[in-house]
Design a protein around this ligand. Structure first.
Ligand code: LLP
Length: 391
């Protein structure tokens, strides 16, 4: 929800821009931290969701660690002062340089995604006279029941080590003197809204933990990844139910004494704290279709074009239904951007009040995978960012 003060401010600013509600971010982080604390769960923020500096600073201040997927993210986390003992590094294609830099930073753990990678990390650590802490990322073949483009834990996905390779993996671990095995890691997909999926994951995690223990490996860390979804249809119901989420792991995961449970949440922490604010450039009323053409496009927010992702679209102009009790939303528009691509569309047949050139449009729930996935395609200007006042 935007206050009248926000709207007044937006009207003075050049569009398009990402607007961040830092108070909402703060409340979301606090809700997650207190729900995790009940079970002493460890949370690493998945930096890929949003690495805006102000956002990261708030997350660091909450005491969360950083889940990184590139050398750039590892370096940024360290530079911003995240505790190196809370930095984890995943990714199917870590380059030698990225591994060497992470070794220099003495990060908490490499989440290793192939047997070959184990050998490379071992060699590079040996060269530096170090021992690298590793967790094995296992592909558990659990269906996340989410969009296929953001599913990561099925046999056909490139991520992690498959169950049939675990015997070779265990052999390799035994041969690598410069690796310290600390646990197992999973991440089955993103925007998961059916929490039962996590029960299935817990069952698999328990099986794999037992498998390793039966072969003499001590497991200190059970890292179950992230993926908790947000409600894109109701952006004003803003804080995800972290308690329900953590309760599932508490109930279904077999955690031995001295074992730690780690999470890597991205979207659930930052998704609802931002909207992309844009102006209507043109309205085209046709016989079959009406179009609203915005000054923001897939260059600013790529998710609808890339994953057919739904984002709620509101007309937030001062005299719009958003601000009055007027409910006669009878015009359907395709809401599109200015980019020379037919996929540059934020929503089809979106029901809105009659809209005019110059109206302000908010595309909601853009805090995760929004600003960070923006591009300069068509030589567009880098997108602006605006923060709520007072935080
Ligand atoms: N851990 C690992 C190893 C991951 O690959 C990811 C996300 C996460 C944690 C955090 O997942 P989250 O809690 O944010 O769901 N660009 C896509 C999402 C890609 C997710 C990639 N991995 C989107 O816009 O929907």
């Amino acid at each position: 929800m935007f206050s009248n003060k926000d709207l007044g401010r937006f009207e003075q600013l050049e569009t398009p821009f990402y607007y961040y509600d830092l108070a909402l971010l703060q409340n979301t982080l606090a809700a997650c931290a207190s729900a995790a604390k009940v079970y002493n769960f460890h949370v690493h923020y998945a930096m890929k969701a949003n690495f805006n500096q102000r956002v990261l600073e708030k997350i660091k201040a909450t005491g969360f660690g950083a889940d990184c997927v590139s050398g750039g993210e590892v370096n940024k986390a360290i530079e911003l002062g995240f505790d190196k003992n809370q930095v984890v590094f995943a990714g199917v294609g870590k380059s030698d340089k990225e591994i060497k830099d992470a070794l220099d930073h003495d990060i908490f753990c490499f989440n290793v995604e192939s047997i070959q990678e184990l050998g490379v990390i071992n060699d590079l650590a040996a060269h530096k006279g170090k021992k690298a802490k590793v967790a094995i990322r296992i592909n558990p073949n659990v269906d996340a029941h989410t969009h296929h483009n953001i599913t990561t834990g099925l046999d056909e996905n490139k991520f992690g080590i498959n169950s049939w390779d675990l015997t070779d993996c265990a052999e390799m671990l035994k041969q690598c003197d410069h690796l310290e095995f600390i646990g197992i890691h999973f991440h089955i997909g993103s925007q998961i809204t059916n929490l039962d999926v996590y029960k299935n994951l817990c069952v698999r995690v328990n099986e794999f933990a037992t498998w390793f223990e039966d072969r003499g490996f001590m497991i200190k860390v059970l890292n179950v990844g992230g993926g908790l979804g947000i409600d894109y249809h109701h952006p004003d119901q803003q804080i995800p139910d972290f308690t329900a989420y953590f309760n599932i792991f508490h109930e279904f995961l077999q955690v031995r004494p001295n074992q730690e449970v780690h999470f890597e949440l991205g979207r659930a922490l930052v998704g609802q704290c931002s909207s992309l604010i844009s102006s209507v450039l043109y309205v085209k009323n046709g016989k079959k279709k009406n179009f609203i053409i915005l000054d923001a496009g897939m260059t600013e927010l790529m998710r609808p074009a890339l994953y057919q992702a739904y984002h709620k679209i509101d007309n937030i102009s001062k005299d719009s239904v958003y601000n009055t009790d007027f409910v006669d939303k009878d015009v359907k528009y395709d809401v599109v951007g200015p980019i020379c691509e037919s996929t540059d569309c934020f929503g089809k047949e979106v029901e809105l009040q009659k809209t005019h050139r110059g109206d302000l449009i908010a595309i909601r729930s853009t805090g995760a995978y929004g600003e960070v996935m923006a591009s300069r395609y068509n030589l567009r200007e880098a997108v602006n960012v605006v923060f709520s006042e007072g935080q």
